[in-house]
Design a protein around this ligand. Structure first.
Ligand code: FES
Length: 118
């Protein structure tokens, strides 16, 4: 069963927008919480969600560059580009894929939700 995380109002997310969203998850085998970050981007009316931190080193991808034609985000630190659809890195130094997440809009409240697998 997935957790549905409300990340913003759809009306506040325009084409070409890119944002980060912080949330907490239970850390494994403890009562501690771990901080996580998502990247949310909207291109051509479609909303994408991936992990928000680069897989190479610690860089916030919401500070990166969105390429609407190629549907990629480029890391601000060492410039690896990642596909927003598959999460795959398209050039070095990053080699590891970003996780991608299903996104949906709830008509009842106009919210953008990201499905996080449990
Ligand atoms: S931290 Fe993103 S490419 Fe190095």
């Amino acid at each position: 069963m997935a957790t549905h995380l409300r990340v913003c109002d759809e009306k506040n997310l325009k084409d070409g927008d890119i944002m980060g969203f912080d949330y907490e998850v239970d850390a494994d085998n403890s009562t501690r919480k771990a901080n996580k970050r998502l990247l949310i981007a909207k291109i051509g009316g479609k909303i994408y969600a991936t992990d928000g931190i680069c897989t190479h080193q610690y860089a916030d991808l919401s500070m990166g560059i969105l390429n609407e034609d190629e549907k990629t985000v480029t890391c601000p630190l060492h410039l690896s580009a990642f596909s927003l659809e598959e999460g795959s890195p398209l050039n070095p130094p990053a080699e590891e894929q970003l996780k991608t997440y299903e996104v949906f809009v709830k008509p009842e409240d106009g919210g953008v939700y990201v499905s996080l697998p449990d």
